[in-house]
Design a protein. Structure first.
Length: 159
């Protein structure tokens, strides 16, 4: 699972590298061979765009997991004056306990999501560059990139 999450986080910089590097990293990191099949500049561009979009979503989720964990564990430092009406309030200890528990519970779920996206990255690379016939990898990557964009815009507007 950790290797799949690492592959997801490597997907964004890999989207800007040579095709040989994109095919070598899954073999070395995940022990999953990916062979080149009918490579063309269009296929390389499609893989770069889709992999980069899903990779951006992975980095955004990684940032959110760190943010949730740090804000939950360091809640008294973040919101020392507004805890009366927050979850777990009206005491600081109750608000801290609830926010810390949520941070500790949500962060691993986000890491598992990143690992699942890493497996999607592998399937996407195999489909676009390796000639695999997984019909669902490309629509799933498009849907995830679009949903991630909408989620990011919504998150920015709520800050």
């Amino acid at each position: 699972m950790a290797r799949s999450a690492a592959y997801e986080l490597l997907a964004l910089p890999l989207a800007f590298t040579r095709v040989r590097t994109r095919l070598r990293v899954p073999r070395r990191l995940l022990s999953e061979p990916v062979g080149a099949h009918k490579l063309s500049p269009v296929r390389c561009l499609i893989q770069s765009v889709l992999s980069g979009g899903v990779g951006l979503l992975g980095w955004f989720l990684a940032m959110l997991s760190v943010l949730v964990l740090v804000r939950g564990l360091a809640y008294p430092l973040m919101a020392a004056d507004g805890y009366e009406n927050s979850w777990g309030g009206p005491t600081l200890a109750g608000a801290w306990a609830v926010h810390a528990a949520l941070g500790v519970l949500i962060a691993p779920v986000i890491v598992v999501m990143i690992a699942v996206f890493g497996r999607l990255q592998l399937r996407l690379t195999r489909t676009v560059l390796g000639g695999d016939r997984s019909w669902w990898a490309i629509p799933a990557a498009v849907a995830l990139a679009a949903a991630g964009s909408l989620f990011f815009v919504a998150w920015v507007h709520q800050i």
